[in-house]
Ligand binder design. Sequence first.
Ligand code: TRP
Length: 328
Amino acid sequence: MQRVFSGIQPTGQLHLGNYLGAVHNWAKMQQHSDAFYCIVDLHSITTPQKAGSIGRETLRLAQMLLAAGLDPQVCTLFVQSHVREHTECAWLLECTVSFGELSRMAQFKDKSSRHEFISAGLFTYPALQAADILLYDTNVVPVGADQRQHIELTRDIAERFNHRYGDTFVLPTAVVPATAARVMDLQRPSDKMSKSLNSPKGTIDLLDEPTHIRKKIRSAVTDNESDVRFDVANKPGVSNLLSILAAATDRDPNTVATQYHQYGALKDDTADAVIALLAPFQARFSELEADPAQTSRLLQDGADKARELAASTLRRAKTNIGFLSDTY
Ligand code: TRP
């Protein structure tokens, strides 16, 4: 069975974009692979965070992921900071990646241009991400297109390490799922729906009430034409609605487009589909929210399982480098 690994940061709300773009697909992949899903809280502190809030956000994200269908009976869900091996392995990989390679990362260039304080951790972020992936002998990493470069770098790091110290790490492959929607902001359809965009009317929060969801979708920006077709460049608003409707109902946006002749009907059906998709999610979330200890226990079990695998990979890496053994 293929090993799958992916990670998500605990900061900010989970919205419809994350759900249809990533989490929906994670829930599918757990069925036919050995999937590890990690809440990457250590990555979150690469940019300054308010003291005391990250734990609460981590628990809440875990509840959301469980509500969205991650099943701890079939996948391993855990918190990055609970498994120390990640930071230790990251050091080995920081010494395997070059300053030049890290400087070329688009996410670093983007984030460092938006923050005044640029931490060293923000720069070495991809080495920690590589550790996340390589510790689990991962074959497949489902990610958004923006993460492809980090996975390519992870492969390069693994190859270099294996070349220097002997066969240690499995080379992972990024998979950008074809069916995952790229959900755009409803008011500004040329921007990705994002927690950092600060566009409440353009963003659908997973806990939004049905009436709000319908209102936001009804007032989504479209265009002055009237034909419904999937054409992201020329019709970003309409195409976004088609992507959302298609992803929410597991279809293809081009096929969906042939069934509509006016925007009103498309909006109504998109709202219905999103509301229907989120209803069971919201119900499950309330249950989980009422019993936080249950989620904490699940995360502890997840970390125990993850640690076992991570520890054996880290040991192999340290042995292959040739550090003096701490046992004899
Ligand atoms: N960098 C990823 C993002 O911004 C999050 C992440 C951290 C990740 N570690 C990972 C994704 C390992 C996949 C695999 O979305």
